[in-house]
Design a protein around this ligand. Structure first.
Ligand SMILES: [Fe+2]
Ligand SMILES: [Fe+2]
Length: 319
C-alpha cells in the first residue's frame, strides 16, 4: 500500500476533497433511537461523548496561536484548515448532545457543566498542560521551541494518542448497538479529519527533531504522558462490579487492549518523528503512569481495578 503524501499542501487538498457538514444531519430519528436505549447504556455513551465533546471544544479553543505562530507559511495554511475542522467537530457534538439528551442550553453552558464533572486527568491535560503550552505560543509567537512543545502535546498526545483511543472505544460501542447511524457517521468523519491533523503533526515534529528540538519534544511528552494515561484510565470513575467472572475477564481484556493500543500508537509516533532511541524511556514513563493510575483507583474506591483483579487473581475468596 502506497502511503499518501503528507506535505502541508497535499493535506490541504485532501481537506478540500473530504469536506462534510456537521449541520447536515437530521437528528429526530437518532433521538428516538437514543430514547429507547437502556439508561445504563445512555449513561455510558453520554460519558464517552461528553469526553469527546470537551476534548474537541478544548482543541478548538487553543489552536489559533499555533496557526498564528507557525514557523513556515505552508504549515500555517494547513493549520487554517484544521481550525475549521475542530470547530466543525465541536458543532457536531453540540448538535448531537442537544438532540439526543433533549437539551436547550448554549454551547458555553453545556461545556461549563461538562467541565464541572470532568476528571482530574482531563483538567490537568486540557486546562493546564494544553492550555499553558498554547498560551505560551500566543504570548511568545517567535519562540520556536514553544511551538514544537505545543504541537507535541496537541497533535501527538491529544490527537494521535488520546483522541484515537476515544474514537476506537466510542465507535466499538456504537457499532455494537447498531442503532445510532448519525453518531457512527459523525465519528468516522471526525476520524478522517483527525488523520490529516496527525499526519501534519508527525511531519512537523519530525522536522522539529531534525533541527534540534528533540530534547524539548521528548521532555514535553514525558511530562504529558501521566495526564494522558489518567484521562484514559480515569481512576476516579468506578467500574461496574462484575459478579460473573467471564464478564470481568471480557471488560478487563477490552480495557487492556485499548490502553495497549494507545501506548503502541504513541511509540509508533515517537519512532517516526526520529526519537526511536528514546522509545524505551517513553514506554517506561507510560507504564509507571499506568501503575500509578491503577493504584489511585484502588485508593479511591477501596477495591482493585478490574484489570488488576484479572492479572492478580480475585481480591476476596469466598468460602
Ligand atoms: Fe477534532
Ligand atoms: Fe484534530
Amino acid at each position: 500500500v502506497k502511503a499518501e503524501p503528507t506535505g502541508p499542501l497535499q493535506l490541504f487538498s485532501r481537506w478540500e476533497r473530504q469536506q462534510w457538514q456537521a449541520t447536515d444531519y437530521a437528528l429526530t430519528a437518532e433521538a428516538d433511537a437514543w430514547a429507547k436505549l437502556r439508561p445504563f447504556t445512555q449513561e455510558e455513551l453520554s460519558a464517552l461523548i461528553g469526553q469527546f465533546f470537551l476534548g474537541e471544544a478544548a482543541v478548538t479553543e487553543t489552536l489559533a496561536p499555533l496557526a498564528h505562530a507557525a514557523p513556515n507559511p505552508e504549515w500555517q495554511l494547513f493549520l487554517c484548515t484544521q481550525l475549521a475542522d475542530e470547530a466543525r467537530h465541536t458543532v457536531f457534538f453540540l448538535r448531537y448532545v442537544k438532540a439526543v439528551q433533549r437539551r436547550h442550553e448554549e454551547l458555553g453552558d453545556l461545556l461549563s457543566e461538562l467541565w464541572r464533572s470532568a476528571s482530574a486527568g482531563q483538567i490537568q491535560l486540557f486546562q493546564r498542560e494544553l492550555s499553558d503550552a498554547t498560551e505560551r505560543v500566543r504570548t511568545s509567537p517567535d519562540d520556536e521551541e514553544a511551538w514544537y512543545r505545543a504541537i507535541a502535546i496537541y497533535h501527538l498526545l491529544v490527537e494521535a494518542v488520546l483522541a484515537i483511543a476515544g474514537q476506537k472505544s466510542l465507535l466499538a460501542t456504537v457499532r455494537e448497538l447498531a442503532v445510532l447511524p448519525v453518531l457512527e457517521d459523525g465519528i468516522l468523519h471526525v476520524a478522517r479529519d483527525e488523520s490529516r491533523h496527525i499526519a501534519f503533526g508527525t511531519d512537523a515534529l519530525r522536522h522539529g527533531v531534525q533541527i534540534g528540538y528533540g530534547d524539548a519534544i521528548h521532555d514535553t511528552l514525558s511530562v504529558g504522558i501521566p495526564s494522558v494515561v489518567h484521562v484514559l484510565i480515569d481512576p476516579g470513575r468506578r467500574s461496574p462490579s462484575f459478579l460473573l467472572r467471564p464478564l470481568l475477564l471480557r471488560r478487563a481484556a477490552q480495557l487492556e487492549a485499548l490502553w495497549e493500543s494507545a501506548m503502541l500508537a504513541l511509540l509508533k509516533r515517537v519512532r517516526s518523528i526520529g526519537l526511536a532511541q528514546r522509545a524505551w524511556e517513553i514506554e517506561q514513563t507510560w507504564l509507571v503512569a499506568r501503575d500509578d493510575a491503577l493504584d489511585r483507583y484502588e485508593a479511591i474506591h477501596g477495591v482493585q481495578h478490574p484489570v488488576r483483579q484479572v492479572t492478580q487473581g480475585p481480591v476476596e475468596v469466598k468460602r
